[in-house]
Every structure is written in C-alpha cells, then in structure tokens.
Design a protein. Structure first.
Lengths: 307, 253
C-alpha cells in the first residue's frame, strides 16, 4: 500500500516505513539508544531525500525519548537539574546545527558532510565501545570487576561556575557540561540523531554520573532538544514530513516496547558488545560507500525549482 | 465510452477549425489538471489527435509519423562526478545544467531513427540526446556529464522514451499514453505533438497540463510553508502524544 509523502514529494510503501520504524524501535528499546543513527541512514537508503530524512527523524527520536523519559521519571531515575543544564547547551547546539545544516545544503555539500560525520562518529564510538566491552568480558571471565567509576576529580570539575547536583552526587563546573551538550546538540541537528549514544558514555566516563540516573537524564535532555530541532527544522528549511514522522513514530513506539522486553534477557557485557557491533556495522556501511569504487560515478546533486 | 466522448469532442473541434496548411493537428488530452492525493503513485494521461486533411489537398506517398513530447517543469540541475581522492571517492567534478526539464517523455509511432535524418532530428529535438542538446543548458559542453544526466534521469523514471507508443486508430486518428511518473515535480507540463511524413515536418500543435497537490496533501504542504512554527509544534505534539500513549498502553503495573 502506497502513501504519498507531501513534503518528501514521493510515494512510499506504508508497511516498509512502519517496518523500518518497528525494527529500529526494537533495537532502540533493547539497548536504550534513540536509534537515530540507524534510522536516518535507512531512510536515506530507501530514497527519502537526506534533508527530509534528517529533519523528520527528529520527531521519531522525540517520541521514543518521551516514552523512555516517562518510564525513568516514574522510577525517580532522572536528574532534572542536570538535565536542565544539558538541555540549555543542547538547544544552543541545535540552533547552530540547524544553521550549519542549512548552509551546507545551500552549498550542495550536505550529503558528504553527513556521510563523513557518520563514519567518524560511528567508527570511533563503536570502536571504543567494542574494546571496552571486550575488556570487561575478559575481566569478568577472570572473576574481576572492572572499576566503572575511577577515583579522583579531573581538572575540568574545578572550572568556575560550580554547581551541585544532588541526585547525580556531583559537584562540578557547568562549563564542561554545557560544552558537551552544545557539541552533541550540534551533531544531533546535523545528523538527525538524538546523541544518546554519545551523551551516556560521556556522562559516565567523564563526569562519573551514576549509571542509575544517567539514561533517564540523557533521555530527558534529548526529548527537549529534539522538540527544539523539530520546530527549527520546520521553520527554517521546511523539510519535516509530518506523514513520514507519524508512520515512524507509530512503528517505533511499538517496536521499542518489544525491544525493551527482549533486552532484559541479555547479559550486560554481551549487550554492550552487540550494540558496539551494530554501531560499527553502520559505520562500515557508510565507509564502504565512499571507499569502494561506486558502480555509478555520477549523481544528480541538486535541483532548484523556481516556484 | 470515455474514449468515444473524446473522439466526438475532437471531431467537433475539427469541424470548427479551418487551416491554410495542408495538414493540421487537433489534440485532446484526457486531463489538464493532474492532482496528487494520498494514494498518488504516478498516472497516465491519454492524448488523442486528429490529422486534419479532409480537403484532401495533398496525398502523401509516405505514412504519417507522430511524435509526442511531454516536457515537465525546468530546474537548474547539478550533475556530480566522483573522483578518487586518496582512499575515498568524493564528488569533485560537477556541471550545472541550467533550466533543464526535470521530466521528459517522448512517445513516437516509429523508432526516431526511422522518422527523419540525423540533422533534422537534432533540429526538431527528436530523441533525448537531441532534445537536451541545442538549448545550451550547460556552459561548458561535456558529453560525459550530459549522457550521465540522461542515464540517471532515465533510471529514476523521469526521462522516458517509447518508440512504439503512438498508435493509429484510423489513418488520421492516433492515440498515445503520456506517463506522469510518481516522483513528478509539481508545475506546468507542455505536450508538443509533431507530425512528419517522409522525413518532413508537416504540422505541430501543443497542449499542456498541470500537476498539483490536492486536498490533504495540499493542506499539509501549504501549512508547512505558511505556518512553519505551528506545523513544527503540531509535529512535535504528535511525537510527544504517541510517546506518552506508549507508556500508558504498555504500562505493566
């Protein structure tokens, strides 16, 4: 069954989009990641224009992080104060990211920017996660417990504007937190990702935020950053397709519920290894696109219709 | 029934028109307003034509050849070429084609090569290469980029040719199907019909149609352009409501 997407301006199969939404939702529910880094490339792959894919995917991330944030809030595993600081930075990053997105689109280099950023981001994050999970699997086999929270405070904790976050048991300068969230907000707006897979490890390893509150706080921040991204993309480049968003949201919401149940049966280290492999696989897929000799050397880059 | 009605319409038009030329064309297109709705997946228009030669002022030795060319809205189009740069393939070369048609459908009664000689084909725009050739769309002529443009647009279903698509119902009445691809751009389309015999152009006539969004699709596209903030808020609201609904539906306690 085909449906016409009014903003993407092409007909597409409803079941294909629902299926992609459900599959990515399953993975995102299973691993507690937004899934944007999988969804955006998939949408581009099935023929949605990259600009529409990135802008529309923000709606799907908003929906899935809404679901997640409510669940963590009910369990009181959410630091609103920390989330608020991260949110302020995230919104600034999003504004900058959308402006960058629009100017790259005008220059005709958007596709290359998206591809290169995905390769860098996915291969470095995937690589780090892979080594970390293999190391912890090996040490678990040897019967040791890897220290998750190293002791001592790094220098950036002592910068000016220190703030106390009770729930996160943190007393830290807000400057590094803001910088981190600006960078992730920027990447999110340009790449159509929530950035949870960057935010969660950064909060754990760089700021020693307890694992119990880190996911809920990250989801809270992503939720509002993505709402800002939806509105900014709508206002500046009119690339948000509401029909596509609706289909992705519905598929994703259901997929995530089943994914969350499946995820409870996997052991921690295996879980991180699997996620690392998925992240790396997407990175390799992108890399192969620009490293291997393409079948078709030519492509239609840009068409400008005068309306 | 529909076809018969169209024929009657054609014939009555025919009686009203008096032409000085030996042959004249009278055209009738099945639809002048193609509307894109939620079930849109491309469309086919039917064009009927009558060759008006009823005074029998001339008799042709050669059979008639008809070429129908439907040209969609124009846009400046960039074609890029990937070049190896160190380990990666990058879009480094590019050519811009100014105001080149986004869609072209050329339907003829016989293979183009059999209709006229090469120089006339080029002059009359017969065949995609000839059709896109003379207008100077690109500033620097580069045949590889031009053929890439045609190949890519053909693969995307935007450029089409059918060399047996025009059928003669009687020796002077013909019909052809003008395809409108699913990804057809919005805007005005021009349909040019040319009549040849023995390699000579006898008559030309044109008509047009318009592709536009209708109903809900129209409303969504208009809302996105005219009320971008409200549109963004509405999309965000949908996302948040569904996200919240999921926690209600799947709540286990």
């Amino acid at each position: 069954m085909q449906i016409y997407l009014p903003i993407a301006e092409l007909p597409i199969s409803i079941f294909l989009v629902l299926g992609i939404g459900a599959a990515v939702g399953f993975i995102s529910g299973m691993f507690g990641v937004g899934g944007g880094f999988l969804m955006t490339p998939l949408l581009i792959f099935i023929g949605i224009p990259p600009a529409v894919a990135v802008a529309t995917e923000t709606a799907q991330i908003a929906a899935s992080s809404m679901t997640g944030a409510i669940a963590y809030w009910r369990r009181r595993a959410l630091d609103f104060k920390l989330g608020g600081v991260l949110l302020a930075g995230g919104v600034v990053g999003t504004v900058l990211g959308v402006a960058f997105f629009n100017s790259m689109r005008r220059l005709g280099q958007l596709d290359l920017v998206i591809t290169l950023s995905y390769i860098t981001l996915l291969s470095s994050v995937g690589g780090l996660m892979l080594t970390e999970s293999i190391r912890s699997m090996l040490s678990a086999r040897r019967g040791m417990v890897a220290p998750l929270r190293p002791v001592g405070h790094p220098w950036y904790f002592r910068l000016p504007l220190r703030m106390r976050f009770h729930r996160s048991k943190l007393y830290v300068s807000v400057l590094p937190l803001l910088l981190l969230s600006v960078l992730i907000g920027f990447a999110g707006a340009v790449l159509g990702i929530g950035g949870g897979f960057l935010m969660v490890p950064a909060l754990i390893y760089m700021f020693r935020v307890p694992t119990a509150v880190v996911v809920g706080t990250s989801l809270f921040q992503i939720l509002f950053t993505m709402v800002a991204a939806i509105i900014l993309h709508s206002a500046t480049n009119q690339s948000v397709d509401i029909i596509l968003a609706l289909l992705l949201v519905v598929g994703g919401v259901f997929g995530a519920q089943f994914g969350a149940r499946a995820g409870q049966n996997i052991r921690g280290e295996h879980f991180r290894l699997l996620l690392a492999l998925i992240v790396l696989a997407v990175g390799v897929r992108f890399a192969s696109e620009i490293v291997l000799k393409p079948d078709e050397l030519y492509s239609i880059g840009l068409t400008e219709i005068r309306r | 029934m529909k076809a018969a009605g169209l024929l009657v319409a054609c014939l009555s038009l025919l009686l009203l028109s008096g032409r000085a030329h030996a042959e004249a064309l009278v055209l009738s297109l099945s639809n002048h307003r193609v509307q894109i709705t939620s079930t849109w997946a491309g469309s086919d228009l039917v064009i009927f034509g009558v060759i008006d030669n009823d005074r029998r002022s001339v008799t042709r030795q050669e059979p008639y050849d008809v070429v129908v060319t439907a040209i969609g809205p124009r846009a400046s189009t960039v074609v890029r070429e990937k070049v190896r740069l160190g380990p990666i393939w990058m879009n480094l070369q590019q050519r811009k084609f100014f105001e080149v048609p986004i869609t072209v459908a050329q339907i003829s009664s016989r293979p183009i090569a059999a209709i006229t000689a090469p120089d006339l084909r080029r002059r009359f725009g017969l065949g995609l290469e000839a059709l896109l050739d003379p207008a100077g769309y690109d500033l620097i002529y580069d045949p590889s980029f031009r053929s890439a443009l045609i190949r890519l647009q053909r693969n995307a279903g935007l450029y089409k040719t059918d060399e047996r698509g025009v059928t003669f119902i009687t020796p002077s009445i013909f019909r052809a199907i003008v395809p409108v691809p699913p990804t057809a751009p919005l805007g005005g389309y021009e349909v040019n019909v040319a009549l040849y015999s023995g390699g000579v152009l006898l008559a030309r006539e044109s008509t047009n149609f318009e592709v536009s969004k209708a109903g809900f699709e129209q409303a969504v596209a208009t809302a996105a352009r005219q009320h971008p903030y409200l549109y963004g808020l509405a999309t965000a609201a949908i996302a948040l409501i569904f996200g919240w609904l999921a926690t209600v539906i799947f709540r286990r306690d």
